[in-house]
Design a protein around this ligand. Sequence first.
Ligand SMILES: [Zn+2]
Length: 472
Amino acid sequence: MSEMRIYNTLTRQMETLQPDEPGHVRLYTCGPTVYDFAHIGNFRTYVWEDLLRRTLKLLGMRVTQVMNITDVEDKIIQKMVSQELTLEQATEPFIEAFFADLDALFIERAEEYPRATDHIPEMIALAQELVAKGLTYESKGSLYYRISGFDSYGRLSNLDNRELKSGARVDSDEYEKDDARDFVLWKAAKLGEPSWESPFGPGRPGWHLECSAMAMKFLGQTFDLHTGGVDNIFPHHENEIAQSEGATGKPFVRYWMHAAHLLVESEKMAKSKGNFYKLRELLDRGHDARAVRLLLLSTHYRTPLNFTFSALERATGEVQRLDDLASRLEREADYEGRNEEFDGRMVQLKAEFEASLADDLNISGALGALFRLVREANVALDKKALPLDSRRGLQEALLWFDSVLGILERPADEPDEKIDDLVRRREEARAAKDFAEADRIRDELTANGIQLEDTPQGTIWKRMLSRGSDPD
Ligand SMILES: [Zn+2]
């Protein structure tokens, strides 16, 4: 097992990640609020968290990851009321879509996806704990957290109390509070809104309370690692700490990591600017999901990611290079033996890949090592200097890199045999000088993303990645 260095937002320094139980990382990742399809900014964070999870596993650690599904919240209720839906009708389609999007981007499933509405008793119990500690007050039927009762408030976001106060509107709820920084734990029921009975009266949990209650239920009162986007640091994560530590008196989380924003063509993504993209819109335009994943991965997580269509084009080209090498390795004629120099380089570049990722997920270093190997492999293949054993070793190495990156070709809808068959029929048609039929078959293949190349050894084919169309 190897060590991993990470930047801990809480201490503002690089640290070696040392899970409480050696070799087992307990990880909480803030999940979606399911009132709409997730956008590419959300997926920047989720893909990064997947990279983190897969890296920890590559380094030999076991990961228990929990991601919440927020299925009761202001925006959901707005939708429910305005469209006359039940809570379930308002959320279920987007929960399904969320998991379909995770699969499209080849994001590994977490161990648990608890839903807020399945954990109301745990949230009420946590709020009661805070009442017992004298950290709350009631106002107009809602229960609030009294920040002035929690000394270390602001430690994660490094804001002092003065700054927090001047921030004024720090919570979107519209109930009355003693202090602008205070936040709601339990919201009083309003007519026509979903609500649950509680010792504080009928109502529903605040968003921050959901994460604290579910994180501690599945991972314990103190756990190793909590992640999210930078915009979660304040107030969401700060409030999670105040609730959990206020109730238990123990440290809540030992390491915090946060991903920077995503920009589109150097601008903040906003519906009003017309640069707001949901993942499925990009896929509907014909962009390849693996290229989207590579683009979302390829900027270091603490640097803002600039999503541009030219960068997506480049990422598509890089994924194509990997596919091309994989198919070259498949069809290379047999010559036995191994190339020891190449095998040695492979060991070196694998070590470089792993060491880069173990260094706070240095993705440029890791991708640099992989694509150097791709280049050197192509050079060796050009010289017919990559015998069978080395080729097999390289195929295994590519799968090993891909256990973290998740961008290699996955089994296609169209089986290879069917394409082989069409290619053979085209060759027969050409041999019979039926060029119309040969052209027709070529067009059919092209329409399905298959490119043909006629070589002295016969016709070879490869799958071309869809390039998609840019916005108008
Ligand atoms: Zn959260």
